[in-house]
Design a protein around this ligand. Sequence first.
Ligand SMILES: [Zn+2]
Length: 223
Amino acid sequence: MSRPDFAFENTKPVIADRDLLEDLRAVAARLGVVSLPQRSYRLHGRYSTTAIKSRFRSWNAAVTAAGLTSAGRRDIGEGELFDNLRDVWVALGRQPRKRDMTKPVSRYTHHPYVERYGGWLGAVKAFLASSEREEVALVEPPRITASRGPRDPSLRLRFLVMRRDSFRCRQCGASPAVMPGVEHHVDHVIAWSAGGATTMANLRTLCVRCNLGKSNLPHRGSG
Ligand SMILES: [Zn+2]
């Protein structure tokens, strides 16, 4: 005698993992790409990205399971990673540690750095090596030229000036490493408007307060 079976039977067809992955691969093949962002799949795929994400926990995991690359990470180039590291370094006023790489101060976690350079310290060293190459170029004897360069120093030059000044205001010593929230400007010693050049020698780090406070003195520029 058999027992009646009251167990619930899900009659909604379940899409197999391999069908989902197959469709990811099919869309990538059709588009001729190896990295597949969600927005591309949404336009060309058969299934909902929400369903795929909930099945595989994340879009990147699904894409990786399909043998494709995760679009997000591949797109971060060295220039972007270094720009972000420079911004975090300036904001903190000291060498960032792995755990500092969180929002809002950092746009990226430490993961893409570790992935590319084999470790966090390796990433910091690669970044400093690239900054130093630039510094060597900057200390070359100045050529005689009528141009004093653009008024605004590049982001890289700003960083080098701040690093030379140990991320401290040259006037009052304020540092974001000691007082979070302190913001620095890079200031022309001889104002650009008075013929001062945008070079390491003529630039210095000032906190916003000191920089604004001295703006009416003669021969001192504002930034
Ligand atoms: Zn100051």
